[in-house]
Design a protein around this ligand. Structure first.
Ligand code: ARG
Length: 264
């Protein structure tokens, strides 16, 4: 995770961002701290990366890479405003000596644009991948080759849901929640086929970025403001915990965006 010390909305690279409205870094830090502390209280390890004063979106650590089986495939950002983050995340990962199996050695350098765990989500042995707004579909193949895993390509078509993690929440190795309207008809069919038991989110849930959640398989950290999602999670035996990240929402991000999950 990266504390939002220098968080701001100074430019607009997605539909949620309005530079005339701005954002308050102090509020963002306080809200982010709650998310951070909740992970710790649940017994999870949290590693931090230093924020950079010129990278206002760096709090969205999920975009900095994809980590599976202790190896990282680096990111390559679509917009110049965030481009430098990729290198910082690769360096931070190389320094995480107690995490990686082979420190520094196993980091993939991308050829095509990909925004890390914003557009790649690990569901058990499978990796769901999106294109449409940020990640180049050619990056899906790169990721499949690097990890030797099956990558399922999906296409987003509603600019409000510009990253996969705004439209899909991974709940455990077999279960997801998703908002069908964020996807093209073909991709919707793929999701129906693969996840017949998925929780189907409604527009109200999706429009507060309710699917931008992180689950450890039981506890699900969900953005506040959803209507149907929290009871639906409870019904399936999950333990939802609501987290208010309203300040980060002004940049189009929430819980999952602020969390790069390190899959061992
Ligand atoms: N303002 C950031 C951007 O548009 C938000 C990134 C949100 N991250 C995510 N994983 N969805 O790039």
């Amino acid at each position: 995770m990266c504390p939002p010390t220098h968080f701001a909305v100074r430019y607009a690279i997605n539909q949620w961002m309005d530079p005339t409205r701005g954002a308050d870094a102090a509020v963002a830090v306080a809200q982010w701290q709650t998310l951070h502390d909740t992970y710790r209280q649940l017994g999870h390890r949290v590693d931090l990366i230093d924020p950079d004063p010129d990278l206002a979106d760096m709090v969205f650590a999920a975009n900095g890479g994809l980590v599976v089986t202790g190896r990282m495939f680096g990111a390559s950002f679509a917009h110049r405003q965030r481009r430098r983050e990729a290198e910082l995340h690769r360096r931070r990962f190389a320094a995480a000596r107690d995490f990686t199996a082979t420190p520094g050695a196993d980091i993939g350098i991308p050829t095509h644009v990909n925004e890390g765990e914003g557009d790649f989500l690990v569901v058990g042995e499978l990796i769901l991948a999106a294109s449409g707004f940020r990640t180049d579909p050619a990056a899906h193949g790169e990721v499949a080759d690097f990890f030797g895993r099956l990558v399922v390509s999906l296409r987003l078509h509603d600019p409000r849901f510009y990253h996969l993690d705004t439209a899909v929440a991974v709940l455990d190795d077999h279960t997801i929640a998703y908002y069908p309207d964020a996807f093209t008809a073909d991709s919707r069919r793929v999701l129906e086929e693969l996840f017949p038991d998925a929780i189907i989110a409604c527009a109200d849930d999706a429009l507060v970025l309710g699917l931008n959640a992180v689950s450890d398989g039981r506890n699900v950290l969900v953005p506040t403001g959803t209507t149907h999602l929290v009871p639906a999670l409870r019904e399936r035996g999950f333990h939802p915990i609501e987290i208010d990240l309203s300040e980060l929402l002004k940049a189009g991000g929430s819980v999952k965006c602020a969390t790069m999950e390190l899959h061992r």
